[in-house]
Design a protein around this ligand. Structure first.
Ligand code: AHR
Length: 509
């Protein structure tokens, strides 16, 4: 074992010992069946979203080829290297709200000649258009990810969207394809996913559902390349919107989106990313698990019009949204990321795993420096967040088949908030092994999970003494996963979970 791992193992053992003295573990029972609980977990549910917002692109991912910060054709080597280790499956770009105010023509051609626009959506700062289509497609190439372009339905005509797609994907001798070649890209790109607008009920045009449905059909008609046509769906708990879009636009879409943000307070006072109390911890997790009933409601509405489930549900924006870090630009949506965010991520992944019949993609908002980011940067420095580590822990679930499992867990209270003590997800991985994810939501009490499984469990745990434990540039490894082992003593497998922890293990039987 490397020294770093050994130190983590010792710290972890000490923290378990300390909590064992402090509180009796709650008893949880997990009964796993061999039967599958649904189709496989698409790797795309571990997808990402990167918007022209704050330092999400400029500074966070892109520093430009002339920068002294090590980069490959402008993209930061440290950030891209860390994201490559997560095998990023898909990146959605350039927005968000930004997408419906973006003209793709601004971002092609000689960089020095590209126009400077105002980013009116996010802080009224200058958008230099230094990152455009060619640069973004280079990023997804470097990551080995699929491209998910979000088109502008809010402020440009369908012809513009149609021409963007032709520019990117045509192998013909058309003027648009030739223009792409002159701009340095000979071969057409593969664009797998194409979004028709974003939040059309709000920043994407404040449309009525009926109007949006007509407009979607019109725009989608002119997407002549074979892309997955993604319709912009709900983000406000609006069932009527889902119903109308499914009824009137179902045949012109292959996927419908859902946006779901976890907010401890309300939009006027969302709450702080760190320095919160147990009540805010509980409220955040309560808000996070609310994603599941929303997925269920939207799926039911979709079933009504699409009982064969041809149309997928893409949760293409999800994550925590707190008050901006003091001293930062409020329009940049910059926030710290703590152990609490790792639990939000784990609970969200578990919810996606339970709904693989519809949920075929999910994109965390957002990749770097914005909202629930996986990495934070400051000039040349980069730090990986607890959310990054949650994505890393869950890698064995990509492509795995969820298994039926019954969880009997007591509930706990914090003030008027009631939550289950433990949440779990079990799946059969592509290599035949069994993967188990367990989340202990209780910040005070450990849990003992008794299973019906034989064998040994090996994996990693993410936990800390403080609810808001996080990594900083000064202490980038304050919160990293530690090795975890249980079982192999002949008895049915039991797993001890420290309070406020995420454990992901492979079980060998
Ligand atoms: O992720 C930040 C913003 O949240 C997106 O631009 C928008 O789609 C949503 O409201």
């Amino acid at each position: 074992m490397k020294t770093k791992n050994l130190l983590h193992a010792i710290t972890f053992a000490l923290s378990i010992a300390a909590t064992a003295v402090a509180a009796e573990p709650v008893e949880v029972r997990l009964t796993v069946s061999r039967e599958s609980a649904g189709p496989r977990i698409e790797p795309e549910v571990y997808g990402h979203f990167a918007e022209h917002l704050g330092t999400g692109i400029y500074g966070g991912l892109w520093v430009g080829p002339e920068s002294t910060i090590p980069n490959t054709r402008g993209w930061r080597n440290d950030v891209v290297g860390a994201l490559r280790r997560l095998q990023v499956p898909v990146v959605r770009w350039p927005g968000g709200c930004f997408a419906d105010d973006y003209d793709w023509r601004d971002g092609i051609g000689a960089p020095a000649k590209r126009p400077a626009r105002l980013n009116k959506i996010w802080g009224n700062v200058i958008e230099p258009n230094r990152v455009g289509t060619h640069e973004f497609m280079d990023l997804v190439d470097q990551l080995g990810a699929e491209a998910y372009l979000a088109g502008n339905m809010g402020s440009l005509p369908p012809r513009s969207m149609s021409q963007w797609l032709e520019y990117m994907t045509s192998g013909s001798q058309s003027s648009l394809a030739q223009e792409r070649r002159r701009n340095g890209r000979d071969k057409p790109w593969k664009v797998k996913y194409f979004g028709v607008g974003n939040e059309s009920w709000g920043c994407g045009g404040n449309m009525r559902p009926e109007y949006q449905a007509d407009l979607h059909n019109q725009f989608a008609t002119f997407l002549h390349a074979p892309v997955v046509r993604v319709a912009s769906g709900d983000g406000q708990g609006n069932d009527h919107l889902v119903d109308v879009l499914m009824e009137h636009s179902g045949q012109h879409m292959d996927a419908l989106t859902l946006h779901y943000y976890t907010i401890p307070g309300d939009w006027s006072k969302k709450g702080s990313a760190t320095g919160f109390n147990a009540q805010e911890w509980a409220k955040t997790l309560k808000s996070a698990i609310g994603i599941e009933p929303r997925i269920e409601t939207v799926s039911r509405l979709m079933d009504k019009h699409d009982p064969k489930k041809r149309i997928a549900l893409y949760v293409d924006e999800w994550g925590t949204w707190y008050d901006a870090e003091p001293g930062t630009h409020p329009g940049f949506l910059q926030q710290q990321n703590s152990l609490r965010d790792a639990l939000v991520a784990a609970l969200s992944f578990n919810a996606f795993h339970r709904h693989t019949d519809r949920v075929k993609m999910a994109n965390i908002a957002q990749m770097v420096n914005v909202l629930q980011a996986l990495a934070l940067t400051d000039g040349p420095r980069m730090v990986l967040t607890p959310t990054y580590h949650a994505f890393d822990l869950y890698q064995p679930f990509r492509g795995a088949t969820p298994l039926k499992a019954e969880l009997q867990a007591p509930r706990w209270h914090e003030g008027d908030v009631e939550l289950p003590a433990v949440d779990a997800s079990v799946a059969r991985a592509a290599d035949g092994s069994m993967v188990l994810a367990l989340v202990n939501l209780d910040p005070q009490r450990p849990a003992r999970v008794q299973t019906n499984l034989a064998g040994a469990a090996r994996g990693r745990v993410l936990t800390a003494a403080a609810m808001d434990a996080h990594n900083t540039f000064a202490q980038p490894s304050a919160l990293v996963p530690a090795p975890y082992r249980a079982g192999a003593n002949g008895a049915p497998l039991a797993l001890d979970l420290p309070p406020k922890s995420v454990v992901v293990v492979s079980v060998t039987q």
